[in-house]
Design a protein around this ligand. Sequence first.
Ligand SMILES: CC(C)(COP(=O)(O)OP(=O)(O)OC[C@H]1O[C@@H](n2cnc3c(N)ncnc32)[C@H](O)[C@@H]1OP(=O)(O)O)[C@@H](O)C(=O)NCCC(=O)NCCS
Length: 152
Amino acid sequence: MTADDLDHMAALLGDPEVMRYYPAPKTRAQAQAWIDWSVRSYAEHGFGLWIVETHDGDFVGDCGLTWQSVGGERHVEVGYHVRAGLQGRGYATEAATACRDAARAAGAEHLIAIIHPRNVPSQRVARKIGLRLERSVPHDGGEILVYGTDLT
Ligand SMILES: CC(C)(COP(=O)(O)OP(=O)(O)OC[C@H]1O[C@@H](n2cnc3c(N)ncnc32)[C@H](O)[C@@H]1OP(=O)(O)O)[C@@H](O)C(=O)NCCC(=O)NCCS
């Protein structure tokens, strides 16, 4: 992910359908901050959120690894967003599988995915890459699900 990805990332993270389980779609400035956060993460941790594209170079979305704190624990999380028009084709599963393997190669002992209880597609992806429901944690007046698996 670089500054050159801003148009694509702003369209992705600004789409209310893609962001329906987030508090709100992101503005262009917030999409820029998202890219900056990823670039910082590459430098600090050797991983972050990466751009997903087809073999022809068409933009699909993002997927990658970030450090997240949830319920008093800090773990590496796999995250993914796919353009609305390209969902349901297996892209998130393929990308998340590669990210799970990258987390293991980077020495992470445990991998999680933090998911809204109604976000069934995201839970399907988590299960397909081997994560299982571990905990439900209070979040924003409701609950958030933590899927996870040991990588060792
Ligand atoms: C979650 C997301 C990344 C999945 O991307 P994708 O490329 O469509 O995922 P895949 O095609 O690899 O797999 C999607 C799975 O969800 C299932 N699915 C899709 N829509 C569904 C729905 N409305 N209800 C139930 N399952 C659904 C698919 O059937 C598939 O599971 P299966 O292979 O067992 O049939 C995509 O839906 C997305 O971008 N959502 C918005 C952003 C988001 O919520 N990200 C996750 C934050 S935790």
